[in-house]
Design a binder for this molecule. Structure first.
Ligand code: DP6
Length: 373
């Protein structure tokens, strides 16, 4: 498939207005995406667990622009954004850029006025990025509009199978934020072409197509909110630092190798190997940021305290609990469902003290986005 597959045929239906709502979750990468080429093409493949509780719910209302007024269909995008019921201009530039990037694939964008009402199930100031859940929810709403314009599910024919709908929604979400393309399905999604994952593509995320051992069923993710402030380094800046980075090529090779390795780990249920691979990925991501120019330390002292406590707990108990990190100080604590009771006790007794205001979020891997009728 190439980008051209996502340019639609002419729309057949005349639609004045409508509303669609989708909820879409966040995801946590096991093998990380860090470094991209032009047009949001990743430098290496990544794989993530889809989350269940941390999600964005977006309602998109659209109405045809009045062509007789000064605001002609060709003029510009027309949209307003509401976050938790409050008009919010803070997201407008990001959505404007997104619309510009996807207009060629959604040629109706300038013909309508859009009202985007969005809310997150996790607190704003949690330090949890909402771009993956937010961009995927918006992409799905826009795909629902396109489906209507093509004449509904039946009339839109072969081009609008569920598979095409999901692929194009993921393709669009990627153009909003790379990791967003991994949020539509679950429990595991691969983004980025890799020889050992059939169907994998740089253009969109695909549901992991192979057998997964029962050990990974309902895998738990408790997110420890160490630092709820604004991200110190935006992902755009971070990805850019991989250009000309002295270790970048080796890192991209390593990520490819780790995708091959995690495939057999997921099949055999080898949790010791899983722990090693996932923690090494997290620390490598941070090592890339420490060794770029300019350089950044995105962990906080409490991030390290938590990591050391997790290692000590694992040594003492033989637990398979492990951690991963995004490009920030918060810690995702990952563990199998059968350890949930014990690990949660450990988290409450020993780790919560390192969280800002004692805040943490209990999540579990989930199945992806949902259309809300
Ligand atoms: C560290 O998807 O936020 O979370 O494509 O610039 O929007 P943009 O970047 P973004 O990068 C996420 C990077 C990461 C690792 C990952 O999720 O794979």
């Amino acid at each position: 498939m190439t980008e051209r597959h996502f340019i639609p045929k002419p729309y057949s239906a005349n639609v004045e207005s409508g509303t669609f709502s989708w909820s879409s979750p966040s995801n946590i990468a096991l093998v990380k995406y860090w470094g991209k080429k032009k047009n949001q093409i990743p430098e290496n493949p990544s794989i993530s667990f889809t989350l269940n509780q941390c999600k964005t719910i977006t309602k998109l209302s659209f109405s045809k622009k009045d062509l007789s007024t000064a605001l002609k269909a060709t003029d510009d995008f027309s949209f307003e954004v509401f976050l938790d019921g409050q008009k919010s201009d803070a997201f407008k530039p990001k959505i404007q850029t997104f619309f510009e990037r996807v207009e060629v694939y959604l040629p109706f964008l300038k013909s309508y006025h859009f009202k985007i009402e969005t809310e997150n199930t996790f607190p704003h100031s949690s330090g949890i990025a909402s771009s993956a859940s937010g961009m995927s929810a918006l992409a799905l709403c826009l795909m629902s509009v396109e489906q209507r314009l093509l004449g509904g599910v039946e009339a839109s024919g072969i081009e609008m199978t569920d598979d095409y709908f999901n692929k194009k929604a993921s393709f669009l979400a990627r153009l909003g934020s790379g990791s967003a393309c991994r949020s539509l399905e679950g429990p595991l999604v691969v983004w980025g072409e890799h020889g050992s994952v059939e169907g994998s593509s740089d253009l969109f995320g695909v549901k992991y197509p192979y057998k997964v051992h029962d050990h990974f069923k309902n895998y738990q993710d408790t997110i420890l909110l160490v630092d709820k402030g604004e991200k110190q380094v935006s992902s755009t800046v971070g990805h850019n630092l991989m250009h000309g980075h002295p270790f970048a090529q080796e890192r991209f090779k390593q990520a490819n190798k780790n995708i091959s390795e995690i495939k057999s780990i997921l099949e055999t249920g080898d949790l010791d190997a899983f722990v090693k691979l996932v923690e090494s990925e997290a620390l490598t991501l941070h090592a890339m940021m420490m060794t770029s120019m300019p350089y950044f330390i995105l962990m906080k002292p409490n991030t390290l305290q938590i990591i050391n406590k997790i290692w000590a707990y694992r040594n003492e108990t033989g637990s398979k609990v492990c951690f991963t990190l995004d490009a920030g100080a918060n810690v995702h604590v990952l563990y199998p469902e059968n350890e949930a009771e014990n690990v949660l006790k450990f988290i409450k007794n020993e780790l919560v003290a390192y969280c800002q205001n004692g805040h943490y979020i209990c999540d579990v891997i989930g199945l992806g986005a949902e259309n809300i009728l």
